[in-house]
Design a protein around this ligand. Structure first.
Ligand SMILES: Cc1cc2nc3c(=O)[nH]c(=O)nc-3n(C[C@H](O)[C@H](O)[C@H](O)COP(=O)(O)OP(=O)(O)OC[C@H]3O[C@@H](n4cnc5c(N)ncnc54)[C@H](O)[C@@H]3O)c2cc1C
Length: 396
């Protein structure tokens, strides 16, 4: 005897979206969430303002080890962006587009987004039970039995798992869903914290902590540049942080891979041009000392780091060469507690790209962050949570 048509485990963005999408199709839906409230992580997004989407949607803003480029393009498309925008607007959320492509709710409030999602759920769309930690589930004769912590069970013909990854565990995303999936035979692509600050080996910028600086930043492995970007870097006691570092962290593998960061402190000038400026400044400042010439041009704290780290390099040629090619080894990330996202997850090799259903267990679906696709920061990951939730909800 089935109690529900569909059970959804996890009341984050992807789970709530799947519940609304399935409920709109008159399915009898149960949404189970372990926290006492839904959408705890959503409330943290965009520092509470919720960077909900990005108009510059493109497959090159995402990485995945198991989704083919063609499937990536099919999912990450303007057509699907429009579909998600329409869905949000159907809930009453007014979207505001920024000049850099980022999209926010007009009220600049993640709380308002959550309020409108919950309001829709209550309109006879789904039954929501919070404070229900799911321990596991079994599938027998086409019926899924979901077992909760206190021995309670629920049954349905279809099951959507939307339990997220492992980052910011305090929001409830503690990785159980990934373990269940693995136990049930789903392939898991190696997971790691991403969109996270990076620790540097023997941090050469320790004394520059608190300093911000526009740099060009590259990440290399085995002498190959894997990714490069330009923007504001924040130097910290452990290494580096800031939006460009978070994005570059997507390409960091792990400690074993000896990956290096390249800093160019003068990304808008060639070395030749820098030497020309040096000569001009040297003339009117009446000094040949390269560090005196650099003062007021490069932050003092960075100059101090340079002098400490490269005590013998004093000629303008050496100094400018190094400031455009300062290489340092990455030690690690700052871990899941500080990571905005979990990279890797359930492999698309055993997921139907049409509807997010497992190709191993019929009527079992996975949505959101737990799947092996990760976007850079700027609204790309919420897009995936909404998009995958909608897809599964339309097909259950
Ligand atoms: C600080 C921060 C800021 C961010 N800002 C942005 C942003 O501005 N823009 C953007 O695009 N992305 C942002 N992200 C990423 C974005 O929040 C995630 O991509 C998105 O929330 C993933 O949604 P989800 O539904 O897949 O998972 P989650 O939001 O993690 O939801 C999973 C839910 O499942 C529940 N659950 C887990 N296990 C169980 C269980 N055993 N039983 C019952 N329930 C369970 C959890 O309690 C949780 O509520 C940010 C992330 C962080 C951490």
């Amino acid at each position: 005897m089935k109690n529900y048509d569909v059970i959804i485990i996890g009341g984050g963005v992807s789970g709530i979206t799947a519940a609304i999408s399935a409920g709109n199709r008159k399915k009898n839906v149960l949404l189970l969430e372990k926290n006492e409230t839904l959408g705890k992580k959503l409330l943290l997004t965009g520092a509470g303002k919720c960077n909900i989407l990005n108009l510059h949607i493109s497959s090159n803003k995402y990485i995945s080890s198991s989704l083919s480029p063609i499937d990536m393009k099919n999912h990450i498309s303007s057509k699907n962006l429009k579909k998600v925008s329409d869905f949000l607007e159907s809930l009453g959320i007014v979207l505001e587009h920024r000049s850099d492509g980022r999209v926010f709710p007009k009220t600049q409030s993640a709380r308002d987004v959550l309020f409108l999602m919950k309001k829709k759920l209550k309109k006879n769309v789904a039954i929501t039970k919070t404070g229900k930690t799911v321990n596991d589930f079994v599938n027998r004769n086409g019926v899924f039995t979901v077992k909760c912590k206190k021995g309670e069970t629920f049954e349905a013909g279809k099951l959507i798992i939307a339990t997220g990854g492992c980052s910011y565990a305090g929001t409830g995303s503690t990785g159980e869903g990934l373990k269940w999936a693995q136990n049930k035979g789903q392939k898991i692509e190696e997971i790691s914290p991403a969109l996270v600050s990076l620790k540097l080996k023997k941090n050469p910028f320790f004394i520059a902590q608190g300093q911000r600086c526009i740099c060009s930043l590259g990440l290399s492995q085995k002498n190959c540049m894997v990714f490069s970007t330009k923007g504001e870097v924040l130097f910290t006691g452990y290494g580096v942080s800031g939006p460009v570092v978070l994005n570059i962290s997507l390409y960091y593998k792990n400690k074993k891979n000896n990956q290096f960061l390249f800093f160019d402190f003068f990304p808008n000038h060639s070395k030749k041009h820098l030497l020309k400026i040096y000569n001009e400044r040297s003339n009117y400042l009446k000094t040949k000392d390269v560090f005196d010439v650099l003062r007021g041009w490069l932050p003092e704290k960075i100059i101090k780091c340079f002098q400490k780290h490269f005590p013998t390099e004093k000629s303008p040629e050496e100094v400018f060469y190094r400031l455009k090619n300062w290489t340092t080894e990455i030690n690690d990330t700052m871990g899941y507690d500080n990571a905005m996202i979990t990279k890797g997850g359930i492999s698309f090799y055993s997921i139907s790209k049409k509807n997010m259903m497992s190709t191993k267990i019929k009527d079992l679906y996975f949505v959101g962050e737990m799947l092996d696709i990760t976007g850079i920061s700027g609204g790309f990951n919420l897009f995936w949570a909404f998009h995958s939730g909608l897809l599964a909800g339309e097909h259950v």
